[in-house]
Design a protein around this ligand. Structure first.
Ligand SMILES: *Cc1c(COP(=O)(O)O)cnc(C)c1O
Length: 337
């Protein structure tokens, strides 16, 4: 793969570490668990959107854009990382936040990622749950264009074929790192939402003929819809890469049994998984994505989904800034306001 032919701004810290989780492995009695630290991508407390934004922002600059628009849920990590990279590149950033949870408390609406969006200088406006966020962004882009600006609209999660190139590059990084460490990876597991991470990873891993399967743990949509979204974007990403047709439905697997009541709503499994990894590994997961992803991984280990000597890599997609929006979710003895 020759990814250097796609424009990219370099803002993140790469390669991210690939480390064993010895304590969690021992606690669960195998398989051998590893963690790929994409929560450590550098900008603004890190996360998976930084890889996508390196390609998206280069595309924006190449097109002469002078203003960035994006959208997400109130506690969007994508919005926060977009605000940070726009700040770094000196571009004004407009963020539209959709109220997907209905939470009215101050922590959820003002702390965590929302605080960081504002610290990075983004303008933030809110939309009700269920709003057509793509249409809302396009309406804002028209208003700004009428005022002489050149806006660039980034879809939710940065998930389009340009953004997904970030995870094609991550696949290449991971395969190289595994070779250097003498590690045979049997499966990669991660939280999947707007689908760009899984689409890019799958496309890269297939293009490299790696034989490494990916399991996405869904955080919002049911399985059939999530797999269809990932496959569609992976097909478009493969075409953008110059390798149309390499990804097929057998490469795309999502398990959406760990969503609970809905996007951004805590589950008991998430709370337990997040506390366990915090206590055993000193690593912070997040309540919306990586906590549910880890809850799925732990449950599947209990159900003997993996072989005892498998090497399973959990891709940590970031999001711990969102913890500060959920201070009451963790049922900690003696922890009260
Ligand atoms: C956005 C996000 C995901 C999901 O990635 P997609 O590319 O949207 O599927 C997972 N974890 C965290 C922390 C995220 O912010």
């Amino acid at each position: 793969m020759n990814l250097a032919r796609f424009p990219r701004v370099r803002c993140g810290h790469f390669p991210t570490p690939l480390e064993p989780m010895e304590n969690l492995t021992r606690h669960l009695g195998g398989p051998k668990l590893w963690i790929k630290r994409d929560d450590c991508t550098g900008l603004s407390s890190g996360g998976n959107k930084t890889r996508k934004l390196e390609f998206l922002m280069a595309d924006a600059l190449q097109r002469g854009a002078d203003t960035i628009i994006t959208q997400g849920a109130t506690q969007s990590n994508h919005a926060r990382q977009t605000a940070a990279i726009a700040a770094k590149l000196g571009l004004p950033c407009h963020i539209l936040l959709e109220d997907r949870t209905g939470y009215a408390d101050a922590a959820y609406n003002l702390n965590g990622n929302v605080l960081l969006d504002r610290l990075h200088g983004a303008s933030v406006s809110r939309r009700p749950g269920g709003a057509d966020m793509q249409a809302e962004m396009e309406a804002l882009a028209r208003d700004l264009a009428a005022k002489g600006r050149k806006p660039y609209v980034i879809p939710g999660g940065g998930s389009n074929p340009v953004g997904a190139l970030g995870y094609v590059a991550a696949a290449q990084e991971l395969v190289t790192q595994a070779y250097e460490q003498g590690l045979r990876i049997d499966c990669v597991v991660h939280a999947t939402g707007s689908a760009g991470t899984q689409a890019g990873l799958v496309t890269g891993l297939v293009a490299l003929n790696s034989g490494i399967p990916v399991l996405g743990i869904g955080v919002r949509a049911p399985k059939d819809r999530q797999e269809a979204n990932v496959l569609k974007l992976a097909e478009a990403t493969a075409a953008h890469l110059g390798r149309p047709g390499i990804v097929t439905s057998e490469h795309v697997v999502a398990n959406c049994d760990y969503v609970g009541q809905g996007y951004g709503l805590p589950t008991q499994g998430m709370v337990e998984a997040l506390k366990l990894v915090a206590k055993l590994e000193g690593i912070l997961l997040d309540p919306v994505y990586s906590g549910k992803g880890m809850a799925g991984l732990i449950d599947l280990i209990g159900k003997k989904h993996f072989k005892p000597d498998d090497n399973v890599v959990f891709l940590h997609t970031g999001g711990s800034a969102g913890l500060f929006a959920y201070p009451d979710a963790f049922d900690l003895p003696g922890y009260t306001a």
